[in-house]
Design a protein around this ligand. Sequence first.
Ligand code: PMP
Ligand code: GLU
Length: 388
Amino acid sequence: MGQNPVISARVRHIPQSATMKIADIAANLRREGRDIISFSLGEPDFETPENIKKAAKIALDRGETHYTQGSGILELREAIAEKLKTDNGLDVTSSDVIVTTGAKHAIFEAICTLIDEGDEVLLFDPAWVSYEAIVKFAGGKPVLVPVSEGDGYAPVEFQSHITKNTKLLVLNSPCNPTGAVYDERVIKSIAQTAEDHGIFVISDEIYEKIIYGAKHHSIGALIPDLAITVNGFSKAYAMTGWRLGYATAPHSILQSMLKIQQHTVSNATSFVQRAGIEALSGDQSAQRAMVTEFQTRRDLMVNGLARVGIECVLPKGAFYAFAKVARFGTSEQVTEQLLRDALVAVTPGSAFGPNGEGYVRISYATSREDIAEGIRRIEESLQKESNT
Ligand code: PMP
Ligand code: GLU
């Protein structure tokens, strides 16, 4: 496959999404009747709240089954603009917003809009798997800036990676895969550097609401002329399958992102957009209850791992534990062993960049029972291996 000349060079060298690939393997094994515990895919196990489902059903029954404006229906863009103003301090109106088919496609549009052949994009390593792939789709050059556990995975000294070709930086707080949440000081210093060097920033805020005691800061409030703020409904409202997200950006960038959208997906699904309005404007209690439950699971996971001798920095947001497993083997080896021997699916840290080697990402967006049983199996499998 790697050498197949039929496939464009750009796509040929890009791996499958590691997060989705492992989730597929786990789903197939489960279908074969194996008792798999999946800590692989980052997706809430909760149902989408009833009021949100109902809003989509009503729209569907009302006949909202046609194309919408490419940028999204006005009422949803208004609700999003209101949210961005209230929660994030962004000075935006409905015309500064586009509704996308998930945060992922918003990121795709933003990167394709900004990046020409050879432009460099700074990614903090470990970083979510799709950033690097999308930069490569666009013909850009990902520049991986290692961040370390000791600094809470915050970039401490990244200026040395900036060159005359650096055009963009991708920021993700709360972070997938580390669970790091950057404090105001870090966000301000990144904003200052971006301003000093005229670098654009994509701020991927998809885990904004999944945060435990820490405060979320949006860089777009500090550098509106350089920031593309991306968010969505997948994580906050357990709506991964609905494919709904949004972005705000300086006018010319947003209009160019819209062109990509018009020529690729046209618009986000009509009745799904109505559900988005209900998600943002309706009762938030289900959303808050999910976060409370995630926090309980985080503690169960982190404490359980510590009990069996596996350390990880306490995640302040998202629903991943980035666990250090180097003493048991490489990330890939440990992932394989856990899947084969313990029937536990995790994602190798190395999939998130070379600096993730020696770690595995464990998603705790799953039941308390699975967490307890999964930790028991991990302990049994890894202890067996270290005794042989
Ligand atoms: N950004 C990050 C960091 C993610 O983990 C994900 C995974 N869902 C996305 C973006 C994509 O989200 P969506 O489902 O809205 O496309
Ligand atoms: N973002 C989730 C994850 O990292 C879902 C899969 C994906 O979009 O990569 O597991």
